[in-house]
Design a protein around this ligand. Structure first.
Ligand SMILES: [Zn+2]
Ligand SMILES: [Zn+2]
Length: 294
């Protein structure tokens, strides 16, 4: 065993031995529904899968993209009420088995912020996640645009992505930052220069007391690492940034993916708790080292 692996294992053991709170929770804070038109299976089947996996708390965080491109990858604004009520029904129905939260993954579209505000204002969402999916008019997470993206200099794309993120952070609108470095989705892990460039973004996130989502879907994409990647995750810890945990499931079978491994990694970095949300208020959830799937 390498000394690093030994160190990691002994730290995990140490954490496990020193734990006194046996009833800690495992959460999944980013789950989609068929309303976004690219996720499969019923909302109820996500809840049932979560219970089967032993998750104690989940949060639906379906897409709301208001950019005039139609409902291809998002619910329509007129469906937000339906979505909210559908989660309330499930929350009530399954209240004895699991805690269910409801939020939205909102695309950062600067000239639509006021409109988005109007759309969500009538509903008491638990959390609003902010995402940058569009850079220079291109959907950087869409497989349909993968070919066009491959013709663009990755370093440049990263710089433009970081500019968008920076702009998003000027708005007091979001609680969590979804998949922080998703720009690497169809590429390799970020270069050192780009990781350095993220430093100001992380400082701004800390200053604004926002939460960074640890999104395990990245493990299945080209760079094969979580969002944010290991170096950015360490920086989050050192800056005192709060994190939450998410699979970004578009199918019930994707819920809780890689959680066991990622939770161990989080403990090694030094994190002791995750963030949950109720009506836009953050609370702490101790990390369960035994929780989640492998
Ligand atoms: Zn997303
Ligand atoms: Zn998502």
């Amino acid at each position: 065993m390498s000394s690093l692996a030994y160190q990691q294992n002994s730290m995990v053991d140490l954490f496990f031995i020193s734990r006194t709170d046996e009833d800690t929770d495992v959460i999944d804070y980013h789950i989609h529904t068929p309303l976004c038109n690219h996720a499969q299976k019923s909302m109820e089947s996500y809840v049932q899968k979560a219970i089967e996996l032993g998750l104690q708390e989940i949060c639906f965080l379906d897409h709301l993209t208001v950019n005039g491109q139609g409902p291809r990858n998002s619910m329509c604004p007129s469906e937000v009420g339906l979505y909210f009520q559908a989660v309330q029904k499930l929350k009530y129905q399954y209240q004895k088995q699991i805690k269910i939260r409801v939020g939205l993954e909102v695309d950062f579209i600067p000239d639509q912020i006021d409109r988005i505000h109007e759309i969500i204002r009538p509903f008491s969402f638990d959390v609003i996640g902010g995402s940058v999916h569009f850079v220079k008019g291109m959907n950087i997470v869409s497989r349909r645009e993968q070919k066009a993206l491959s013709n663009i200099d990755f370093q440049n794309l990263c710089f433009h992505y970081i500019e968008e993120l920076d702009q998003m952070l000027n708005y007091d609108f979001f609680d969590t930052i979804c998949h922080l470095d998703v720009v690497k989705k169809f590429h390799a892990p970020l270069s050192e220069a780009i990781v350095d460039k993220f430093d100001e973004i992380l400082s701004k996130i800390r200053y604004k007391n926002l939460t960074v989502e640890v999104n395990t879907s990245g493990k299945t994409h080209s760079a094969q690492e979580i969002y944010p990647g290991p170096e950015l995750l360490k920086s989050c810890f050192h800056k005192g940034i709060e994190i939450t945990l998410a699979s970004d499931a578009h199918h019930p079978d994707e819920m809780g993916r890689y959680f066991k491994q990622v939770i161990s990694d989080l403990v090694v970095v030094g994190f002791t708790h995750l963030a949950g949300f109720s009506r836009r208020k953050r609370y702490k959830i101790p990390i369960d080292i035994n929780g989640g799937r492998s």
